[in-house]
Design a protein around this ligand. Structure first.
Ligand code: SAM
Length: 297
């Protein structure tokens, strides 16, 4: 069955009395080449025999099929119960795929990694992500503590620009700086809205996050780093001094300004000018001051 053929998709869905659900961000791929290219990117660099893939939102299995052809094991989490019988049919020829009818946001990913992939497999993520929940899913993946080889995802074009932006550019934001702590974001290719059914309003792009085995940015307390980044971007139009003062009001302006200077910038700078490594220096300054204060108590 050709899952990228519109009339075949329609007859498959009609036969199972299933309709597209907007609330789950269901825009299925109908391009014959894009799923293959995403699957190639997802397994690239993984050792043969140990290629484990976690797919989020398999839909009717359009991306799952090329993933199963290339990987040794694929586990796919699909929230929509009505798609499960369809997936049973479209993936019937593969014995290396497991479909789990579950919301990724309610899944214990570390446990899933352990039970489904053990120490036998390396693990990467592949997904055509539902647009309504792109950032929360990405954050959940990178905060899971799992050492994924890479995360290859299709997202809205604007989101791709944000994820891969350089400091000082208009697209650069909190998510860009946080992702930079975990890995290097690579924009692979653009996908026009005509490659989906139903067609979304905007084009998409595929990005691959190459995760560091050990963090390239050294910071004493990564939670402090994420707090600094959150604070820096909470009020984008303000100076970094004013933004951070809102988050760190207990420390006072002098300490906040000294922390900013320790990163090599003036307090009047705007948050978007700083790289993740710059934010790490500010976070370390705060960590040291807090340690000093608690010692003097
Ligand atoms: N992979 C298919 C493709 O490329 O044609 C479908 C992609 S579609 C953009 C997103 C898929 O994610 C849908 O199948 C949707 O039901 C599923 N989904 C949405 N929210 C989810 C969640 N929280 N957990 C798991 N799957 C979800």
């Amino acid at each position: 069955m050709k899952l990228t053929d519109l009339s075949e998709i329609k007859s498959l869905m009609d036969r199972h009395s299933v309709t597209f659900k907007k609330k789950y961000g269901q825009n299925f791929l109908i391009s014959p080449t894009i799923p293959e290219r995403i699957a190639d990117a997802a397994v690239s660099g993984m050792p043969e025999g140990a290629r484990g893939i976690l797919e989020i939102g398999p839909g009717i299995g359009t991306l799952t099929q090329p993933l199963a052809e290339r990987a040794d094991k694929v586990v796919a989490l699909e929230i929509d119960e009505s798609l499960i019988p369809i997936l049973g049919e479209t993936l019937a020829n593969f014995n290396n795929v497991k479909i789990i009818n579950q919301d990724v946001m309610k899944t214990d990913l570390a446990e899933l990694r352990e039970t489904e992939f053990g120490s036998e497999f390396k693990l990467s993520v592949a997904a055509n992500l539902p647009y309504y929940i792109t950032t929360p899913i990405l954050m959940k993946l990178i905060e899971s503590g799992i050492s994924f080889e890479s995360i290859t995802v299709m997202v809205q074009k604007e989101v791709a620009s944000r994820l891969c932006a350089a400091p000082g550019t208009p697209d650069y934001g909190a998510i860009t700086a946080v992702l930079a702590y975990y890995g290097r974001c690579e924009r692979l290719f653009t996908v026009s809205s005509g490659c989906f059914v139903p067609a979304p309003k905007v084009d998409s792009a595929v990005v691959r996050l190459n995760l560091y085995k050990t963090p390239e940015i050294s910071v004493a307390d990564s939670n402090e780093l994420f707090r600094v980044i959150r604070g820096a971007f909470a009020q984008r139009r303000k100076t970094l001094s004013n933004s951070l003062l809102t988050e760190y009001s207990a420390l006072g302006r002098d300490i906040v300004n000294d922390a900013i200077r320790s990163s090599g910038y003036e307090p009047s700078v705007r948050g978007e000018a700083l790289s993740c490594a710059d934010f790490a220096r500010i976070a370390d300054y705060f960590t040291a001051i807090k340690a000093e204060k608690s010692e003097n108590k």
